[in-house]
Design a protein around this ligand. Structure first.
Ligand code: SF4
Ligand code: SF4
Length: 332
């Protein structure tokens, strides 16, 4: 079954960065310490913020991320608090190093998924992007999590450095007993800005010829596969998640964004102050969400316009979809 995931209140998502610290130095890391500092949330603050968003958003999926969230010595307590607050689901995004013996401090019943980041089907490709030894550490972490009974998903960020290995991921994921596979498109933000974007961004033809077919092939192996639409074709409707969906990207310095592409700039629309969520005065990301342009996503045009092409009359050849618009394939 293939479906485009629509934005709805039923799919509210809370992404809580509990730290911006990380043991790795991936070349496409989106964490921007100039904007979001080097802080780690205390357990007390993390718990208060979980309560705040539970009240505000209701039945939300919670993703605990960083930096590397397992560097937080009290991650297990944060997970258990999220469980008591009855978040719809709880996921930990990790680079696979699984610090502080996290697998022994929580039980599979406490968590819906460990989500591991792997950017290649081989050590050579993955390690070129994520650093030496990371392929081995990540696959070892996945095996340990599976042995301990946890459900596992994998996130693969497609760029020109690894798109050639996307199709090869299927057998590896199957061997590692991974249930869900998330394909992401590289965003030119954070550390990617210091690399030439045209070296990393995948063009329309390469994307459309490679990604949907690879996703379909991997889904046929029994995994649920999710991938972003990216390029709109004739008849597709553009929709900005910032206008209609409930997504919150929360940083330890209290900034709360509704769009991940805005995170390199102080244009967050919400801020946490004294345990209250404060609406920021214009101009902020919300004002950008209201702009209608032929190119689709306004933030894409502002920060990563290299993926756009124009006809001789000046009109864009195609629009760019919201980065939060995904397609899901599963063969149950
Ligand atoms: S991409 Fe993730 S694992 Fe890599 S440096 Fe950034 S936070 Fe760490
Ligand atoms: S990625 Fe673009 S379309 Fe999606 S929320 Fe951000 S500005 Fe809106």
């Amino acid at each position: 079954m293939k479906k485009t995931v629509s934005f709805s209140r039923d799919a509210a998502n809370v992404f809580l960065h509990i730290t911006t610290r990380c043991n790795l130095n991936c070349r496409h890391c989106y964490i921007n310490t100039l904007q979001h500092g080097n802080e780690t949330l205390s357990l007390d603050v993390a718990e208060r913020w979980l309560k705040l968003f539970r009240r505000r958003v209701g039945n939300a999926n919670l993703v605990l991320l960083g930096g590397e969230p397992t560097l937080h010595p009290q991650l297990a307590d944060i997970v258990k608090t999220a469980g008591k607050l009855a978040y719809k689901s709880v996921t930990i995004d990790t680079n696979g190093y699984l610090f502080h013996d996290i697998l022994t401090k929580i039980k599979p019943a406490d968590l819906d998924y460990f989500s591991f980041s792997l950017d290649g089907a081989t050590a050579a490709t993955n390690d070129e992007i994520r650093g030496s030894g990371t392929f081995e550490a990540c696959t070892k972490g996945i095996r340990k999590a599976r042995t301990a009974g946890f459900d596992v998903s994998v996130i693969f960020t497609v760029s020109r450095a690894n798109i050639h290995e996307l199709q090869l991921m299927g057998p590896l994921l199957q061997a590692l007993q991974v249930k869900r596979f998330f394909i992401q498109v590289i965003g030119i933000r954070g550390r990617s800005v210091t690399h030439r974007s045209d070296e990393l961004q995948v063009g329309k033809n390469e994307w459309t010829e490679t990604v949907p077919a690879a996703a379909e092939g991997i889904a046929r192996l029994g995994l649920a596969v999710t991938f972003p639409k990216v390029f709109l074709t004739a008849g597709d409707t553009f929709e900005c998640a910032g206008r209609v969906a409930e997504n919150y990207f929360i940083f330890p310095n209290g900034r709360v964004y509704r769009c991940p592409l805005c995170e390199d700039y102080p244009i967050h629309s919400l801020e946490i102050a004294e345990d209250r969520l404060i609406e920021k005065a214009p101009i902020n990301e919300k004002d950008l969400f209201q702009l209608n342009i032929l190119e689709g996503c306004v933030m894409n045009k502002l920060i990563q316009p290299d993926n756009l092409c124009y006809c001789s009359d000046g009109k864009p050849e195609y629009g760019i979809a919201c980065c939060l618009l995904k397609e899901e394939i599963s063969h149950d």
